[in-house]
Design a protein around this ligand. Structure first.
Ligand SMILES: Nc1ccc([C@@H]2N[C@H](CO)[C@@H](O)[C@H]2O)cc1
Ligand SMILES: [Ca+2]
Length: 323
């Protein structure tokens, strides 16, 4: 089993990532930590708790950072609506939060488990992760790896250059990408291949039950609210791609790269600048050839869409049968 902490900002696609993590038997979901991003942290936390309450997901939920480290707050309310999860109807949360701040929950959990056994899966702005690294640097060599939804090596979605999670707290993303641990960037280039196509929606509908309806209501909201506004024809199931990769690493192909997060560009703040070139390929990308070829990062490239859809439907069936 893969032990993960899911750091998220529910958020429509975050909720599906929670369901996939809870539904798949290969994932040991140690906890959910919340951050502001798609909405303020009060709403993202309420949405996480309500999703867990509604579908019997009994894992600790710890509330995190209400805003980015340095930048002014940017929320994706225009995408996710006034509650951060408009569309589906969720019951009020019925269990309490873990008393710790998300940063302390992350540190305590990583330090309490054997080295190299816990993976951090941030699928919202990386504020909690960046703060955890600064508060307890020992987590960097202790975590197994970081599989992060964010960034893009082609086009952004909040600016032409930047993806939202990185843009919302570019300084925290810079801390995370430069910390020296094994980071896999699951960017828009990958997650825009993970679409809620009519076929996937039909397969979800065929499972039936309230969780299937919850997922369909999520996609209906995104579809009807944004329709052709987004650069993709169907809702993207962004965050679940990270969880899917923890279940089956062959769910997408990867390439090594060296990534720098832009934190100062007037037009490019939040851009993940990815150097895929080998030794000496780009002399002007940060110092000596050695610096530019340490390829600390892994980048998700091509999604096996069939495998991905099968994992979503499988988790839904397991959660529905269990209920
Ligand atoms: N347009 C838009 C779509 C999704 C998101 C959220 N941020 C990431 C995609 O940029 C995902 O984690 C998703 O929850 C933000 C903006
Ligand atoms: Ca998210």
């Amino acid at each position: 089993m893969e032990k993960i902490i899911l750091d998220c900002d529910p958020g429509h696609d975050d909720a599906i990532a929670i369901l996939l993590a809870a539904g798949n038997p290969n994932i040991d979901l140690l906890g959910i930590t919340t951050v502001s991003g798609n909405h303020n942290v009060e709403n993202t936390t309420r949405n996480a708790l309500a999703t867990c309450t509604a579908y019997g997901i009994k894992v600790p939920v710890a509330k995190g950072s209400p805003g980015p480290m340095i930048a002014d707050q940017v929320l994706a309310v225009e995408i996710h609506g006034e509650t951060g999860l408009d569309g589906p109807v969720l019951p009020p949360a019925s269990f309490d939060l873990d008393p710790r701040h998300a940063v302390d929950f992350i540190i305590d959990t990583v330090m309490a488990h054997e080295p190299g056994t816990v993976t951090l899966v941030p699928v919202g702005p990386y504020t909690n992760i960046g703060l955890a690294v600064r508060k307890e640097p020992r987590i960097v060599e202790r975590v197994k790896k970081v599989v992060a939804m964010g960034g893009a090596y082609t086009r952004g979605n909040i600016t032409p250059a930047a993806e939202f999670n990185v843009y919302a707290d570019a300084e925290a993303a810079d801390v995370v990408f430069r910390a020296g641990w094994d980071v896999t960037m699951v960017g828009l280039d990958l997650t825009h291949q993970a679409l809620a196509t009519p076929d996937l929606q039909d397969r979800v509908r065929a499972v039936g039950g309230d969780i299937a309806q919850f997922i369909l209501d999520i996609w209906t909201f995104i579809d009807t609210t944004h329709g052709g506004l987004l650069q993709i024809p169907y809702p993207a199931v962004h965050d679940a791609c990270c969880v899917a990769a923890m279940i089956d690493p062959t769910v997408f192909t990867t390439e090594k790269a060296d990534i720098r997060v832009e934190t100062a560009g007037r037009w490019t703040k939040g851009m993940t600048v990815c150097n895929f070139e080998k030794m000496g390929g780009m002399r002007h990308f940060g110092g000596t050839a050695m610096e530019q070829t340490n390829f600390r990062h892994t980048v998700a490239m091509t999604l096996d869409q069939q495998k991905f859809c099968d994992l979503i439907v499988d988790a839904l069936e397991r959660l529905t049968r269990r209920k």
